[in-house]
Ligand binder design. Sequence first.
Ligand code: FPP
Ligand code: MG
Length: 467
Amino acid sequence: MRASLPTSSSSRTVTRPSRKFTVHAQQKRSLPAEPQTQACDDRVYSSPLPPKPPARPDPYTMLSSQLEHLRGTLLNLLGSSHPSLTEIAKYYFLHPSKQLRPLLVLLFSQATNGLGGNWHAKQWAAECEGAGGRTEELDRPLNRPDVLNDWNPSMPDYTASFQNSFSLRPPRPPSQPPLPPPPPRRDASPLAPTPCLLPTQMRLAQIVEMIHVASLLHDDVIDRSPLRRGVPSAPAAFGNKLSILAGDFLLGRTSAALSRLGDSEVVELIASIIANLVEGEILQLKSVHGDELGVAEAPSLGRDYLNVYLQKTYLKTASLMAKGARAAVVLGGCAEGEVWKEVAYAYGRNLGIAFQLVDDILDYEAGEATLGKPGGADLQLGLATGPALFAWEEHPEMGPLIKRKFEQEGDVELARDLVRRSSGLERTRDLARKHAEKAREVLALLPDSDAKSALEELTERVVKRTW
Ligand code: FPP
Ligand code: MG
């Protein structure tokens, strides 16, 4: 990290910020005006009705311009010297998702910026030329012509010729990073979030979406999905090989953008998400293709099976939300031992598990119009998710179906029927509610802000699925 605070008095002059980073300051308070009737109700003390809680901001409306900006500039990171690679790498971004993961990063940034002990240094790095945290510096071409060849037409730079052998180039003297100003006295910072977004946090929001899309490019090959978001999946449109390569390409661009954020704690967090996604996928594959992989484990009824399912759910879905949110708070200057990053992790982990549990319910309840792919896909893939596992506790006949991965004729229909005749869907929903409720509860540790209210709102929407 370039923006380290001076440890002793120094004779070097303190560099002043060259520019403010107000581009991504929070838009004006988006809470709708309190309805007149409600204000009146509050003053009628004899009324038996409790006052209505104030309406929460709509998370997507609150950050719509930032999300739009992120989507537009993200495409600039994906150019390559091979037009077909560029096309497929951009493919899923052109059919936009809910952008839930970037939304979490942005909301946690807004809810916690200004609270951490290192906020001052992070804010300084976002304003001061040469400190590495300004948008222009994050947007610099990712290649050094004397070391790498990574041609991106959206970020033009030299492209070394391969016609000749490569000559050594004398190194340029390193430029001195500017010295940050001394930290403010701790009691000078008020315990209230600063509703702005740092350029590093905006880039992080893009990074988490790029990792998500890379995992989908690989997942659609593994699952042989014909559709994604109602359009042909990448493997259906471009073939398996290009889909895998495009996913790898996205991870390559992600790694370069990640290192430029200049925070090793964030690099570790985000790198571990990629490992978790693969571990989650393997855990899921093990339950279906264990024999072929040589790691078959006989399923047995009980809490263990549910625990493995929830562990897989964390690894495949919740890890990205939990660690993405935590990384946002670290980039906002949360110091070691402060609670803010723990809140982000606990929230993201609980919200992510609730999100996936509801997804698993929808796979039984919803049709193609809602899902953008045929319903019942999990059973077709041989997967027993929450509803089937809970149904198994009430209908032992489910056991053999799970063991043979719903492979025999009529298995999928029978399993759906057993789920329907059980409390499987209800119990999965209860579990999702429990996790969503916990996510809301941990937010109590944060000071009040619009961003905190929007995060609370998400905990309700994740269960109701009203995006
Ligand atoms: C969608 O699950 C897939 C994931 C959440 C993660 C998939 C992870 C991998 C394939 C490991 C490789 C990871 C990287 C980063 C290259 P789903 O099939 O349940 O949902 P769907 O219905 O949207 O396909
Ligand atoms: Mg899939």
